[in-house]
Design a binder for this molecule. Structure first.
Ligand code: Q46
Ligand code: ZN
Ligand code: ZN
Length: 325
């Protein structure tokens, strides 16, 4: 197989695009495609600093790399979850991120350690509040969302970028469609506008297959965490991903078509455009100020005992690592 652009040996063949490329042309193509997605959905303005939520996995580190390569002021945010489960998951992930920072002089990484800041790791909080039938994922999702919003707001980032890829987005779309989750379908989009001072959320990799982001990370020499979080085993989204992969094997491009047709139906045919959020009244949480429908405090602030939240404010400020020049 030869590269379509230079006829050198191709390193990747993308059947859905009928495109084979060599190493250099693949890296170039990948970065240009990301730039196109950012432009199409007006994700990030040139003068805006971006906070990239990094987990240590291939997608988020590849995204950080591409944004830096495209010349954005992109800083990282890492939430230390304290998940060990015998494989040192969080420690390993953190080590990969620190290695990435060391290899990219001048990049900034902000870190919040959940245990150090709030007194418990994610599995510990989940056990105490007994949510999620033995899995900490619902508590984890709640804490991640809250802390990403908080850190972006407090450090003044108008944009928050996550590494969700096409496989992630198609699996969520599939799940939302199977269950006709109209509210979720109405909101699912590559960019979510910011509100009340909170950052806009963008997914610049939403059109890339997982194997494409993995290939990019590999070709750029990014050493990432291969293991998934141990709690992801058995998750519905993994099952839906497998189903979609079966479909994709039979019909190359099916996944991309499924997701892009959904976006097109929204953009061109006004799918779900008339949908209105049920009129729940949002107000600012009386402790943290984030919008919530619950009376008084938001779900995040209700997770913690009173004395934890009474710590001096400085102890909630993320630790910032600056590496290189
Ligand atoms: S929610 Fe659940 Fe993930 Fe948190 S506990 Fe792990 S699998 S990391 S995306
Ligand atoms: Zn080439
Ligand atoms: Zn709150």
């Amino acid at each position: 197989m030869r590269c379509r652009k230079c006829r050198q040996k191709a390193v990747i063949n993308m059947r859905q695009h009928r495109l084979a490329l060599c190493r250099d042309h693949y890296v170039e193509w990948f970065q240009q495609q990301t730039a196109r997605t950012i432009k199409k959905y007006k994700m990030i303005r040139r003068d805006e600093p971006v906070l990239v939520a990094v987990s240590g996995g291939k997608d988020s580190l590849a995204l950080w790399d591409v944004l830096l390569e495209l010349g954005y002021r992109a800083d990282g945010f890492y939430l230390r979850l304290g998940i060990d489960e015998g494989i040192g998951y969080s420690d390993e992930s953190y080590a990969k991120i620190k290695q990435f920072v060391a290899q990219h002089p001048g990049t900034r990484l902000h870190v919040v350690d959940v245990k150090e800041t709030y007194g418990e790791t994610i599995p510990e909080v989940a056990r105490r509040v007994r949510r999620g039938r033995g899995k900490p994922c619902s508590v984890c999702g709640l804490i991640k969302r809250h802390e990403m919003n908080r850190v972006a707001y407090e450090l003044g980032y108008p944009v928050l970028a996550t590494g969700h890829n096409l496989d992630d987005e198609a699996a969520v779309l599939f799940s939302n469609t199977l269950n006709w989750q109209v509210g979720y379908l109405a909101r699912q989009y590559p960019v979510l506008p910011g509100r009340e001072g909170f950052a806009r959320k963008v997914k610049p990799f939403c059109r890339f297959y997982e194997r494409e982001t993995a290939a990019y990370a590999l070709l750029r020499g990014i050493d990432y965490m291969y293991e998934e979080c141990p709690f992801s085993v058995g998750a519905n989204t993994i099952y839906y991903k497998e189903l979609l992969n079966t479909l994709e094997r039979e019909r190359p491009g099916a996944k991309l078509h499924f997701y892009l047709s959904f976006l097109r139906a929204k953009e061109k045919e006004g799918l779900f455009a008339d949908w209105e959020e049920p009129s729940v009244e949002l107000h600012a949480c009386e402790r943290c100020g984030q919008p919530t429908s619950a009376p008084g405090r938001c779900a995040f602030c209700r997770l913690w005992p009173e004395d934890v939240l009474e710590q001096p404010h400085e102890s909630f400020v993320p630790l910032t690592l600056v590496e290189g020049a």
